[in-house]
Design a protein around this ligand. Structure first.
Ligand code: ACO
Length: 323
């Protein structure tokens, strides 16, 4: 358990809203298929702004919502699987954009696919000693989608979510994080091949591929597993809000039924944003924050799953102050 609390949240989205009807002009699909199988009605796609731009906008919004002096930030972690480039990290780009030139900041990226924000929040909570931590999930998944593959391109979107944390003895976060190391292509996006000949770089499966059914089976096991782990012996009924990874409404309905936890107490925005991978939990968190749904003395659970496989949850006790 870490004694930290979230003091501000922000979000950003790709500039172009693409509806299911728009996708009917790109691949052989229908609004009816996408809506009934996934619950997704639209997603935001970024054609001119990269992952760092979305991360910077979400970070600026989170800093404004926290009302802090950004020069007191000591740690920046960006969860992403779609960074602008191999190096430098998106986190260092955010640092530069915020003008944080002090020599007392650590900034780095982390990739745990769609569980990335949860892993980043846990890492930041354990690393942060003083000042503020900025934790961001940011993606431009549209870069790695095969726009001829209807089984994947309809599911994802671009966006970023961010939060500012500080140490606070009156609040707590309890984490659970796991990886299976089962990388057998249920969810896979390649990169460059190794070059035996030391020349002639070839692309290797650079688009996202997914075995939807396998991911579905995994997700419906992993989410209840992670929620129970952070709740330990406490009743699931005592959770005021669940903020889940936004992959598919059917997965969330399954989890709700299996755990006898009402859908109304889950924050769901996949209908508008689609699946934004590591940005999905912090975008939903930022929405709940903006709507004033996060208050004093609440128990909130963030939960997610992703490629790797990775999965995890964070139980937040907001304590006496607002989260
Ligand atoms: N439009 C129309 N038809 C489609 C589309 C589409 N966009 N995509 C697939 N189909 C077709 C298939 O070709 C197939 O046709 P066939 O029966 O003629 O072969 C049919 O629909 C059924 O395909 P399935 O893949 O079996 O459909 P399923 O009911 O399993 O739904 C889905 C697919 C929505 C992807 C589901 O498996 C799912 O949600 N899985 C989990 C995916 C997920 O959570 N992904 C996020 C993981 S990434 C992450 O967050 C870490």
């Amino acid at each position: 358990m870490e004694h930290v609390r979230i003091i501000g949240c922000g979000k950003a989205a790709g500039e172009q809203k693409i509806t299911n009807n728009d996708l009917e002009n790109i691949v052989e699909t229908s609004d009816e298929w996408i809506t009934t199988r996934t619950g997704i009605r639209s997603r935001y796609i970024s054609s001119s702004r990269n992952t760092s731009d979305l991360a910077i906008e979400a970070a600026a919004n989170a800093i404004q919502s926290a009302g802090i002096n950004p020069h007191d930030i000591r740690l920046i972690i960006v969860a992403t699987l779609t960074p602008d480039c191999v190096t430098p990290s998106v986190a260092c780009m955010v640092q530069a954009a915020l003008g944080l030139n002090e020599d007392n900041i650590m900034a780095f990226d982390l990739n745990a696919a769609c569980s990335g924000f949860l892993f980043a929040l846990q890492t930041a909570s354990s690393l942060l000693q003083e000042g503020y931590g900025l934790v961001i999930g940011a993606e431009t998944l549209s870069k790695i989608l095969n726009w001829e593959d209807r089984s994947t391109c309809v599911l994802f979107g671009d966006g970023a979510g961010a939060c500012v944390i500080e140490r606070d003895e009156k609040a707590s976060m309890t984490f659970y994080a796991r990886s299976s190391g089962d990388t057998a292509h249920a969810l896979y996006c390649g990169s460059r091949s190794l070059q035996k000949d030391m020349h002639n770089v070839k692309e290797d499966k650079q688009y996202l591929e997914m075995n939807g059914r396998e991911v579905f089976r995994f997700a419906t096991r992993a989410m209840p597993d992670a929620i129970h782990a952070v709740m330990q012996d406490d009743d699931i009924d005592t959770i005021d809000l669940i903020i889940p990874h936004q992959a598919n409404r059917r997965i969330l309905e399954y989890v709700s039924k299996k755990m006898k936890y009402p859908m109304e107490k889950m924050i769901i925005n996949l209908d508008e944003f689609g699946n934004t991978s590591s940005a999905s939990v912090p975008i939903a968190l930022a929405r709940a924050w903006e709507e004033g749904r996060i208050r004093e003395n609440m128990t909130i659970v963030l939960v997610g799953f992703g490629a790797g496989f990775t999965w995890g949850a964070c139980r937040i006790e907001t304590g006496g102050k607002q989260l």
